[in-house]
Design a protein around this ligand. Sequence first.
Ligand SMILES: C[S@@+](CC[C@H](N)C(=O)[O-])C[C@H]1O[C@@H](n2cnc3c(N)ncnc32)[C@H](O)[C@@H]1O
Length: 211
Amino acid sequence: MNLRERNLNSKEFFARKVDGYDKVHEKLLDTKKVVTDSLDQETLKVLDLGAGTGLELIYLFEKFPDARVTAIDITKEMLDEIRKRDFADKVTIVCGDFFEVDFGSSYDAVISTSALHHFSKEDKERLYKKVYDSLKENGQFINSDRVVNTQEEENDFHEFFKENFNIVPHCDTPLCVANEKEILENVGFKNIEIIDSSTNDDYKLIKCRKL
Ligand SMILES: C[S@@+](CC[C@H](N)C(=O)[O-])C[C@H]1O[C@@H](n2cnc3c(N)ncnc32)[C@H](O)[C@@H]1O
């Protein structure tokens, strides 16, 4: 399954899952809140990759009521839920694949929650380069997502997907901490931290900066 097929599969998957999505993700709310907790005090212009129904934005606008967010997501049905939220007028919605759409530029921060764990190392490096280029100097990239601890665990997830994508096409393939770090370094990020930050052991908080 190539990248484009995989992304189209995500789109179909989340279009089917949108009803009840927020309920299912209630147990992951602390993995979304930690992103806002890590943002610089003066954060105003934010890009959210894979914004979905905008759960992480509830916390963001509580702490940063003056912020303006560009929300990119491939699934229109998920984005339609953001349009119903009371902060909808502060969000510019872009429906498209983040490997294809223009990100815009000069963001104080690019954030993402639960949205970037389906890609190969090579594809993720391309994506992180786009993130880097869209940030202003000193801008932050903060991603709360599934990351595994070892290369062996990463290999197991990717092998499982290779053998079973016909049966389970929406299957997580997280990278390991070392590979996440290497990619971020390769594209030029500094002050990279990958830490446990929530009660959910599968999740890590990835923080770095364009200096
Ligand atoms: C698990 S949801 C996370 C939504 C939200 N960030 C949250 O934490 O609740 C993952 C989202 O990423 C989006 N997504 C997956 N692949 C994408 C891609 N290639 N381009 C844009 N959005 C994508 C999906 O449509 C979905 O809404």
